[in-house]
Design a protein around this ligand. Structure first.
Ligand SMILES: NC(=O)C1=CN([C@@H]2O[C@H](COP(=O)(O)OP(=O)(O)OC[C@H]3O[C@@H](n4cnc5c(N)ncnc54)[C@H](OP(=O)(O)O)[C@@H]3O)[C@@H](O)[C@H]2O)C=CC1
Ligand SMILES: CC(C)(CO)C(=O)C(=O)O
Length: 328
């Protein structure tokens, strides 16, 4: 049995596609999601036209729901990982396999330090999932699920394949995680803009904010000897230059990026909207930590951390030019 631990956008979508294609999955999450799925079931759609339904969704609201799992997909936000790890340590079978499908670069480590009798594998979700409400989850962008290569995953490869979510295995997942983190530097900018991703990225001023945060990070990664993997058509080190292009040129070069669902936003926007602590410490905050470890600073990312911290208690919408001035 597979358990999804943290049934939200990613957990319901990935677990839902597995369940819809014949793999037994139990979802562990909050009572409000349990109620929504009991009423509506799960409805999974994607940008290619997939349309799958699961009528009876096994859902548990306590950690004990994962006790019988052979494979656990951890899909809580990074700030909830420590808590989830402590809960899972109390219930999981020795030898169970645990995959972190989360953003940031330290969730795998956090899980591993508590789950000493289980095999913890680090993964990454490249695509956007929009929670449309009433049990509907939509994958808005492309990309295969990435995982650290690990023999413990062999028994499950076929199930992911059947679900239309094949696992891309990597000998070293860290460069893949850092490449994703470079993209996630947009999460605070998107959340502060209070706009859908497509509208935000269509405006050069916001893109220049992202370019500044990425350029700062790329220089630090270079100093640390970390070469981010290439996730999209353009190598990561060329991203800042592409982002700074005038709108008409960017629209032409990045038509795939702008083809995202017009309603899609980042997971950090969803956190602010729900009044939750965001993942900022694990994204831009990770860049600040990397800078400190190298005896350097990361002023653009540090300022974004501060702005999101402020927005967690007192929200305002930032225009592109205002945000760019603030970061300059
Ligand atoms: N959404 C997206 O498009 C993408 C997200 N990601 C990453 O995937 C990860 C998951 O994100 P996402 O699915 O959006 O997050 P969500 O907040 O939608 O889902 C997580 C769910 O887990 C619940 N939860 C938290 N702690 C526990 C616990 N101890 N036991 C049971 N349930 C718990 C949360 O409840 P509560 O709200 O009460 O805490 C929430 O309902 C993040 O790291 C994110 O950055 C990656 C790619 C794209
Ligand atoms: C896919 C992406 C970059 C945007 O949705 C994301 O990871 C997130 O929202 O956290």
């Amino acid at each position: 049995m597979i358990a999804v631990y943290g049934a939200g956008g990613i957990g319901c979508y990935v677990g839902g596609r597995l369940a819809a294609t014949g793999t037994p999955v139990t979802f562990v999450g909050r009572p409000r999601m349990a109620a929504a799925l009991a009423e509506h079931g799960l409805h999974l759609t994607d940008y290619l036209g997939a349309d799958l339904r699961v009528a009876d969704v096994p859902f548990e609201t306590t950690p004990a729901g994962a006790a019988d799992a052979d494979l656990v997909l951890v899909t809580v936000k990074s700030a909830a990982t420590e808590g989830a790890a402590a809960e899972l340590a109390g219930v999981l079978k020795p030898g169970a396999v645990v995959v972190s499908f989360q953003n940031g670069v330290r969730n795998g480590e956090m899980l591993r330090s508590r789950l000493t009798e289980q095999a913890v594998v680090t993964g990454m979700v490249p695509f956007n999932v929009l929670n449309r409400g009433a049990g509907v989850f939509h994958q808005g962008t492309e990309g295969a699920l990435d995982v650290q290569r690990d023999a413990a995953l062999t028994p499950y490869l076929e199930a992911f394949e059947r679900a239309g979510l094949p696992l891309a295995q990597h000998d070293d997942i860290l460069p893949v995680q850092w490449a994703k983190l470079l993209l996630n530097l947009n999460n605070p900018i998107n959340a502060l803009s209070n706009l859908p991703l497509r509208d935000e990225l269509s405006q050069r001023a916001y893109r220049r904010c992202l370019a500044a945060a990425q350029a700062e990070t790329l220089a630090l990664l270079d100093a640390a000897g970390i070469r981010p993997a290439q996730l999209l058509a353009v190598p990561m080190h060329r991203f800042p230059a592409v982002l700074r292009l005038p709108d008409f040129l960017f629209r032409r070069l990045a038509s795939k990026v702008l083809a995202v669902d017009p309603l899609a936003r980042t997971s950090m926007w969803e956190d602010l909207e729900a009044g939750r602590t965001t993942e900022i410490d694990y994204l831009n905050g990770e860049v600040v930590r990397l800078a400190e470890s190298l005896g350097r600073t990361a002023p653009v990312n540090a300022r974004l951390v501060e702005l999101i911290r402020a927005a967690e208690t007192d929200r305002r919408s930032w225009s592109g030019p205002d945000l760019l001035r603030e970061l300059s």
